[in-house]
Design a protein around this ligand. Structure first.
Ligand code: ZN
Length: 291
């Protein structure tokens, strides 16, 4: 297992971690400057941030700062109420994949979607099996496009509390079932993003990480689970402040040969109230002591 205690060369910053400053959106190019000042080598940006900054300008800034991309957030949201909606989702995912290629991302992260309309406040139906079948078909179709462009797809299982509105793939086992069905040869084109916030509780976690193996472990996202958690979306904890045995899980992932970045991904009103320098300094310190 790699020793992270003396440096942060394997720390990546998911840009959502510093996306706000006292409630105001911080522009992506400012975030890249901030990361460069803290000698961060890798980031994972969000599509809406890239759209605001401009794809070309973002790509240029990434080159200027010599940043790697541990992933690109995100594709997915494959479900819809009708064929027209499915086509829109397909086209949007292809655009996301094109952007990931332009930015040189290691993978396109997929948050797969769930009951259509639920995220906006009213689910169009209650058929989660239908949602899962649309997700399966959507990933299958996108995989062909992704393979042609050599951009790996990383399915991110989300915690079951998001099963209705954000992702109806909620365990690593389910994500790996999809991988096995669509990419039985383990080509490297399809795998998973292991986000500790979503999977730390799973009694099968170690076994499923072993099942995933090096070929399917495409990303590792770190934060912590606070007790109590007061907001289901934006109360993620800084590594070391919660109940996740982060180092143990990193050990399981690295035992399979994963040697990529540890991407810190913290959506938190508490942390967004602090300065960007405070957030990144703390991320670096906790990366050394708790990851
Ligand atoms: Zn994540």
């Amino acid at each position: 297992m790699r020793d992270f205690s003396s440096g942060h060369e394997w720390l990546s910053v998911n840009t959502a971690t510093v996306r706000k400053q006292q409630g105001i959106e911080r522009p992506l190019l400012d975030i890249l400057d901030l990361c460069a000042r803290h000698e961060i080598r890798a980031i994972s940006p969000w599509r809406d941030q890239v759209a605001s900054a401009g794809l070309k300008a973002t790509a240029q800034a990434i080159r200027t700062h010599q940043l790697a991309l541990s992933g690109y957030c995100r594709g997915g949201m494959f479900t819809a109420t009708d064929d027209a909606g499915l086509v829109l989702a397909r086209d949007d995912n292809r655009r996301a994949l094109d952007e990931a290629c332009e930015l040189g991302a290691a993978c396109l992260v997929l948050v797969v979607g769930a009951l259509p309309g639920a995220l906006q406040g009213k689910a169009a139906h209650k058929d989660i099996a239908l949602a899962r079948s649309q997700v399966f078909d959507g990933i299958a179709e996108l995989l062909q496009y992704a393979q042609a462009q050599r951009m790996p797809l990383a399915i991110e299982p989300l915690h079951p509390m998001y099963a209705a509105d954000r992702a109806c793939i909620n365990t690593l086992a389910h994500a790996l079932d999809v991988c096995d069905a669509l990419d039985p040869s383990r080509s490297g084109a399809l795998g998973v993003a292991v986000d500790l916030y979503h999977v730390w509780w799973d009694p099968q976690l170690q076994r499923q990480i072993e099942r995933a193996g090096r070929d399917r472990l495409l990303a590792f996202h770190a934060c912590d689970w606070l007790t109590p958690t007061i907001d289901l979306l934006n109360d993620r904890g800084m590594m070391g402040d919660g109940v996740i045995d982060i180092r143990q899980v990193r050990g399981w992932v690295e035992a399979q040969g994963f040697a990529g970045f540890s991407e810190v991904e913290i959506f938190s009103h508490t942390w967004w109230a602090k300065t960007g320098d405070d957030i990144l300094s703390t991320c670096i310190e906790r990366h050394k002591t708790c990851v």
